[in-house]
Design a protein around this ligand. Structure first.
Ligand SMILES: Cc1cc2nc3c(=O)[nH]c(=O)nc-3n(C[C@H](O)[C@H](O)[C@H](O)COP(=O)(O)O)c2cc1C
Length: 313
């Protein structure tokens, strides 16, 4: 399923919603993954209309890209229920989150906690795998407080359970999102398993991505923050050249805002704040823009702020 894939945008809660995923696809991404979906929330609550729309709209029978939905949780039964619910939609694979470091998730024994309680991770993966005909992947870190001594064994076990691919953030949970990535550990994993592995962690250029692939023998890379900041990398790394100036980025902001408005209505102005900040990150003189979008609660005000930002020197 992942053959010839070199670059996958990472799932990111509050960012990789339907509008951003559609933008990634438009720029040529061949795989997109949903934000993490709580198995607890699905178990106790009624699935929101937004979630249903978000899962339904990747109705892509032309096979031009594949769509994965990511679930998280610690209870095998609830994870199975979540997988069964998701399997009703045009989803190509289910990804299990074993990498989220945030306290709220860890305290529920989900996300990166599963790197500590890996027997539970195996149980969840086995049960989810048995409950759906969709391929199942896992996004992991390489340990919890420290690099797991048995990380290669953990990955080999996941492979033996029938996991289709691994997305590996080359840091422990306690390293959160910064510091050097441990690419040497990924090299050990790729030497031990045959399933596709995508290397993840602070990759922000095509050159660095090639270095990581060389060093780790990974099939490709998964990119989070940088992809959200510059969704055009899916085309530009494939050879299409763009002049990345304010005009170009403002056009993307406006398009993104319109897509968000059609999904969220006026709430798009609030929802898109973080994303618009990411877009403007590399440009000087963006302070006023950031203030304006943080104070805006209407799509019109945000649109005007974008137009002012475009024309600012
Ligand atoms: C704001 C934010 C939200 C994230 N949400 C998720 C998520 O929902 N699921 C997940 O597996 N990882 C999530 N991550 C982790 C990213 O997928 C990725 O592993 C991490 O950011 C490292 O990659 P990067 O350095 O390329 O950003 C999130 C990261 C950030 C910064």
């Amino acid at each position: 399923m992942f053959s010839n894939i070199k670059l996958i945008p990472a799932p990111m809660a509050s960012l990789t919603d339907l509008p951003l995923r559609e933008l990634y696809i438009e720029f040529g991404a061949k795989v997109v993954v949903s934000e993490m979906i709580s198995s607890e929330a699905l178990h106790y609550g009624k699935p929101s209309d937004l979630l249903i729309r978000s899962l339904s709209q990747h109705d892509h029978y032309d096979g031009s890209y594949i769509f994965g939905a990511q679930i998280f949780g610690s209870d095998k039964k609830k994870m199975v229920d979540a997988a069964c619910f998701i399997s009703q939609f045009p989803v190509d694979f289910i990804d299990i989150n074993a990498g989220c470091p945030v306290k709220k998730v860890i305290s529920q024994h989900s996300g990166a906690y599963l790197m500590k309680d890996y027997e539970r991770l195996f149980d969840i993966c086995e049960a989810v795998k048995a409950s759906t005909s969709l391929p199942v992947t896992v996004k992991i870190r390489i340990g919890f407080t420290k690099i797991a001594d048995n990380i290669t064994e953990i990955c080999k076990k996941l492979e033996s359970i029938g996991i289709s691919a691994l997305f590996v953030h080359a840091r422990t949970r306690d390293e959160w999102f910064s510091g050097e990535c441990h690419w040497d550990i990924l090299k050990k994993i790729t030497s031990a398993v045959s399933i596709p592995l995508f290397a993840n962690g602070s990759i922000d250029s095509k050159d660095y991505s090639n270095i990581v692939i060389d060093e780790t023998s990974a099939n490709g890379v998964m990119i989070g923050r940088y992809a959200a900041q510059a969704p055009w990398i899916f085309s530009s790394w494939a050879g299409k050249s763009f002049k990345i100036d304010r005009k170009f980025v403002a056009e993307i902001m406006i398009k993104h805002l319109a897509a968000a408005e059609s999904l969220y209505g006026e709430y798009a102005a609030t929802k898109l704040r973080k994303q618009l900040m990411l877009y403007s990150y590399k440009f000087s003189n963006s302070k006023q823009f950031k203030i304006s979008i943080c104070n805006s609660s209407s799509v019109k005000e945000t649109l005007n702020a974008i137009k002012r930002w475009q024309n600012a020197a």
